[in-house]
Design a protein around this ligand. Structure first.
Ligand SMILES: NC(=O)c1ccc[n+]([C@@H]2O[C@H](COP(=O)([O-])OP(=O)(O)OC[C@H]3O[C@@H](n4cnc5c(N)ncnc54)[C@H](OP(=O)(O)O)[C@@H]3O)[C@@H](O)[C@H]2O)c1
Length: 324
């Protein structure tokens, strides 16, 4: 079937792991035109994506204009802003300003950035509705693991009673290794840091803050709540010992960091070893409890450049379909 509509014009704001993954995938996508790419140092207009990716990977500047990211969002004609700057759950910036301005200028948003959605979920949803644009954020929860669109679209005939999940790959990796090898928390954390699975400052992941952000997004999306990070009771994994994991295992349980959306809690919980939420390594998993379909569990990669970018591209394609 021939597509006679004009190409979908996209900007990529943020050119780190996810932004580069998006650029890589968009290179092969017909009918999508990247009008600008921004990182913290500047903006490349009408970029050749292959050349830009090589420049960025070589540590060279990408800018070929004097515009800022905000000026691109305000003044360059395009349809979708892919907002993939760093997550900041204190004030949502710089992503929150990018998103507000994009929507006010009648551009749709596709994002993996949790910050703005944790800080101002309902404001952004309302603003998008008023301006008749899309706000899609599949990649914010579970990276490549489908959950937002799965619940919203595929499970639309159901009432969602609860969602609980293993929503942070770093924590899951640490707990899995500790259980399998009877190793201390500090030892596995340092190994995870060496492998690039944990950040140099792992606080955001291991203290449950990242998982709580995802709980907030799911609660606001599907449970008619208006909550922020402060409403979630959070306990991290830093006090878990190999002994606790061993004792749990002897009784037929694994210990996982679980986000519970109805309860608004994040804490280490005992999960029966045979339960589908008991996934290993860096995997994420979520169980969705519904009134008609029963319990549905999904699992998948919660992070990774191309993996996360695939969820973003899926949101871009959905917007493209809605336009046709
Ligand atoms: N990585 C994953 O697997 C993953 C998975 C799910 C969700 N996420 C979320 O997706 C977002 C992006 O993640 P990432 O891993 O790609 O982060 P990242 O590697 O740190 O990249 C962030 C990018 O944003 C740019 N940036 C920072 N401030 C900016 C500003 N004011 N204007 C324009 N660009 C700005 C940075 O510029 P410089 O390059 O100049 O530093 C960098 O290119 C984050 O919110 C993260 O939480 C990531």
């Amino acid at each position: 079937m021939q597509n006679n509509s004009p190409p979908l014009r996209v900007s990529i704001i943020g050119f780190g792991a996810v932004g580069q993954g998006v650029a890589t995938l968009l290179q092969d996508l017909p009918h999508v035109e990247v009008v600008a790419v921004a990182d913290s140092r500047g903006v490349a207009l009408t970029p050749n994506l292959g050349t830009l990716l090589s420049r960025k990977r070589a540590g060279r500047p990408i800018a070929n204009s004097d515009l800022t990211a905000l000026e691109v969002i305000r003044t360059i004609e395009h349809d979708i802003v892919v907002e993939v700057t760093p997550t900041n759950i204190e004030n949502g910036e710089p992503g929150l300003t990018h998103m507000r301005e994009a929507i006010k200028n009648r551009r749709s948003i596709v994002t993996s950035n949790k910050g703005p959605l944790v800080v101002a979920f309902h404001e952004l949803v309302q603003l998008a509705r008023e301006n008749d644009v899309a706000l899609r954020y599949e990649a914010t929860v579970g990276g490549a693991m489908p959950i937002i669109n799965l619940v919203r679209e595929t499970l639309a005939g159901n009432r969602i009673l609860d969602i609980m999940g293993v929503l942070n790959g770093t924590c899951n990796y640490i707990l899995t290794r500790m259980a399998e090898e009877a190793l201390d928390y500090d030892q596995v954390l340092s190994e995870a840091q060496d492998m690039g699975i944990a950040e140099a400052d792992p606080t955001y992941d291991v203290m449950g803050i990242d998982t709580a952000s995802k709980v907030v997004i799911l609660a606001n999306s599907f449970f008619d709540k208006n909550v922020t990070y402060a409403d979630v009771a959070v306990t991290g994994i830093d006090r878990i010992t190999p002994d606790a994991l061993r004792l749990a295992h002897q009784r037929g349980f694994a210990i996982k960091l679980i986000g519970e959306v109805q309860e608004l809690t994040v804490s280490p919980k005992m999960i029966p070893i045979g339960h589908p939420l008991n996934v290993g390594g860096t995997l994420n998993a979520a169980s969705i409890l519904t009134d008609h379909a029963g319990e549905i569990t999904v699992a998948g990669k919660g992070a990774g450049s191309i993996e996360t970018a695939s969820a973003i591209v899926s949101d871009i394609l959905s917007i493209q379909k809605e336009r046709c």
